[in-house]
Design a protein around this ligand. Structure first.
Ligand code: ADP
Ligand code: MG
Length: 697
């Protein structure tokens, strides 16, 4: 038997059962079986008394006699087997819905037995269905706890019950000395108090006691976190040894002049800190690959601008890319506004930039006259060439793929430094792992004076009140968003939804008292611009829109966000949408309109939104609801397909693994120390082909 042995060759399985198990449980090899972990354990060292049963739905062991047994017809053509069990302290009903004649005949009536199973309460009395029965004199002494494996009715019906799994796993586990090799250095296990790998696999299936099970769990989780981190650390190390970058040693006039004279506000401590982190990277002759995480409104744009000025001070150009035209335009507007008193030249390049303007931009980029280019994907086109691109900033990274990042690299002989900005906070533990190939900076503090947005959940019956509230706010001079969900399956439906909404809103908020602007994805860029402008300038009181306004739109006077059919939005989307308000000095509100019937998951999403403004908390709930794979996109989910490690609850283990790996890489980055041999071999075997860093082999 080795790890790759097909389970059909295991005792008691065979071709048919192997197929069934593979289909239902996705277990195909001995290794899969080792990773087929118990849901929980039964402690058979305890014996309960019938009189002590107070709680429903627990699994227990009792010792006594089965005193009665009979077949009962309980529906047309349906029979069950019904019995009574007593241990002197009381009587418990036993029931079998499936049974054979043989069972009926063999039942050890009136003999001392142990019975074992789950008690259930029906009509104020307890019963146990399908108990396991063992004669007292035959009972094996159980040293270890018994594992209970995930199973299904389909399997149980075919005889693949807990006993089957327990026996099969006992068989596999007995081979552990031949199957499992240690993959961590002894000194490490000692210092971190980790169980050996063999012990861990034994105790995760058949623990000596619950404490052993816990230790086994910790060891297996640590191992997963460790090798995952190691993969990234080696890759990062490998990249760094190649990724030369242009050092920016100077802080010069452009930066200083702006910082001293034109900074419109004091930077928050968090902004200062991340700026320092960026600056430290830029000083080195190594390409920066940094992720800047910060909740909506935390002030990432200013950090980006200051970094671009640093590039300029060192003789380099910068570009900043955003995923949509609206967003790029907005970045351009706010950056050129901030720089209007300086000599720094900034231009905007998008899909709808006119040919003549485009030509001019191309020329000025080549001559070096243009220092900062803001744009959309248009910036990536091959025809866009720089004289000396030193820094590329990508806003909202989730929408740009790795391939596109790579295109940016090629824009200069020595690749530009890369700063990726994201407002979609992902849980810290996930970031630590997933972004291990990027260095991470976090802005975890909002500019002072921001009032937390008040969020409320409202239903159809409250609609009039909601409209009246919007009217009151408009009367105070504020502006209001109405957002309608995108209907992914049907763009037509989507449009209809929005148009109906628009008409409805137009009736409730009629001209000339109210001006309404509308924005959706199907509009021409010029029309979008005009609609946006109409609202941003304050001419329109209301903006009716689809989620195109989700990212980055900045209208500080807008203080009410009303989201229609909010149950149809994902959590991070709701959070992004809410981030469109609360950008000014006024108290802002977000109103989540839903239908009356909500699924449990929708209710959880809405409740979370109402309870917190903290993007990190929201992303944690999001991850619990959807799983990390969905958050990062299916492409990446395979990489974080952990067997035991839980990204949310195992933060401490992930942290420990990360610092262990960092230390390891520092002292032996090529894993040449003989003590690291098993670790290196395991890594190579495990990650062959998955990680193209290829340095050690
Ligand atoms: P985001 O991180 O979502 O991109 P922005 O960069 O758009 O946030 O900043 C949001 C708003 O906060 C902008 O209006 C910006 O001018 C303002 N802002 C940024 N930093 C500060 C600060 N330190 N103090 C006050 N306002 C700030
Ligand atoms: Mg932004």
């Amino acid at each position: 038997m080795n790890l790759d042995t097909s389970i059909e060759f295991l005792k008691g399985i065979g071709t048919e059962r192997a197929k069934l198990i593979a289909n239902v449980l996705d277990v195909r090899t001995v290794e899969d079986f080792l990773h087929f972990f118990p849901l929980r354990y039964l402690d058979k060292s305890k014996v309960y008394k019938v009189a002590d049963i107070k709680e429903d739905n627990i699994e227990i062991q009792l010792k006594g006699r089965i005193t009665e047994l009979q077949e009962v017809t309980y529906a047309k053509g349906k029979k069950r087997l019904s019995g009574k069990f007593t241990d002197g302290s009381g009587t418990l009903d036993l029931v079998w819905f499936q049974y054979t004649k043989w069972m009926l005949e063999q039942m050890p009536i009136n003999r001392e037995v142990f019975i074992f199973g789950r008690v259930q309460e029906f009509n104020h009395s307890f019963s146990m269905a399908h108990p396991e029965i063992e004669l007292e004199d035959k009972k094996s002494v159980d040293e270890r706890l018994r594992p209970i494996y995930p199973s299904s009715e389909k399997l149980t019906k075919r005889g693949l019950n807990q006993k089957f799994f327990q026996n099969t796993l006992a068989n596999v586990v007995s081979q552990i000395p031949n199957l499992i090799q240690e993959n961590l250095p002894f000194s490490l296990m000692k210092s971190l108090k980790l169980m050996s790998r063999q012990e861990a696999y034994l105790n995760i299936h058949f623990p000596l006691n619950l404490d052993y099970a816990k230790h086994a769990d910790r060891r297996l989780k640590f191992e997963e976190a460790f090798f995952f981190q190691l993969g990234y650390a080696l890759k990062k190390n490998y990249n760094k040894s190649f990724a030369i970058g242009n050092p920016f040693p100077k802080v010069g006039d452009n930066f200083n002049d702006f910082y001293e004279n034109f900074l419109p506000f004091e930077l928050t401590d968090a902004q200062k800190r991340v700026l320092k982190e960026i600056r430290n990277d830029l000083k080195k002759p190594i390409q920066m690959n940094r992720l800047l995480q910060g909740d909506v409104g935390s002030g990432k744009t200013m950090v980006a601008l200051l970094a671009m000025l640093l590039a300029m001070d060192n003789g380099f150009q910068s570009c900043m890319m955003a995923p949509t035209e609206i967003l790029a335009t907005q970045h351009f507007n706010s950056i050129s506004d901030l720089l209007k008193e300086t000599n720094v030249k900034v231009k905007l390049l998008t899909g709808s930039t006119k040919t003549s303007e485009r030509k001019m931009i191309h020329e000025e980029l080549l001559s070096g006259e243009l220092s900062i280019l803001v744009g959309t994907h248009a910036v990536l086109e091959d025809i866009v060439q720089f004289k000396n691109l030193g820094l590329a900033i990508i806003d909202e990274q989730h929408r740009f793929g790795v391939a596109q990042r790579a295109k940016l690299w090629a824009k200069n002989k020595i690749p530009p430094h890369i700063l990726v900005m994201t407002a979609t906070p992902i849980p810290r533990t996930l970031a630590m792992s997933y972004y291990s190939d990027l260095d991470v900076s976090v802005i975890d503090e909002m500019p002072v004076g921001r009032k937390p947005i008040i969020t409320a959940h409202r239903r159809e019956k409250d609609r009039l009140t909601v409209y009246n509230f919007a009217k009151e706010e408009i009367a105070k001079g504020r502006q209001v968003y109405f957002v309608y969900p995108l209907i992914e399956e049907s763009e037509t439906l989507d449009y209809k939804n929005l148009m109906e909404g628009f008409e409805h809103i137009s009736e409730i908020f009629p001209v000339p008292d109210y001006q309404i602007s509308m924005l959706h994805g199907k509009m021409k860029p010029d029309d979008k611009d005009a609609a946006m402008q109409y609202f941003a300038s304050g001419k329109a009181d209301i903006m009716v829109a689809t989620t195109v306004i989700e990212v980055g739109v900045n209208v500080p006077n807008a203080s009410v966000m009303i989201i229609e059919s909010a149950e149809r939005f994902g959590l991070s989307q709701l959070h992004q949408l809410r981030g469109r308000v609360g950008r000014g000095a006024e108290q802002s509100y977000c109103i989540l309109m839903t239908s009356d019937k909500l699924s449990a998951e929708s209710r959880k999403r809405i409740k979370t939104m109402v309870e917190t403004n903290d993007g990190f908390k929201i992303s944690e709930v999001d991850m619990q609801l959807r799983g990390p794979g969905d958050i990062l996109g299916t492409q990446q989910s395979g990489m974080i397909d952990f067997k035991r490690l839980d990204m949310i609850n195992d933060g401490n283990i992930i942290k420990a693994a990360k610092s262990t790996v960092e230390h390891l890489i520092k002292v032996d980055s090529a894993l040449q120390n003989p003590e690291h041999l098993n670790l290196k071999n395991y890594y190579i075997k495990q990650y062959k082909g998955k990680n193209k860093w290829g340095k050690i082999s």
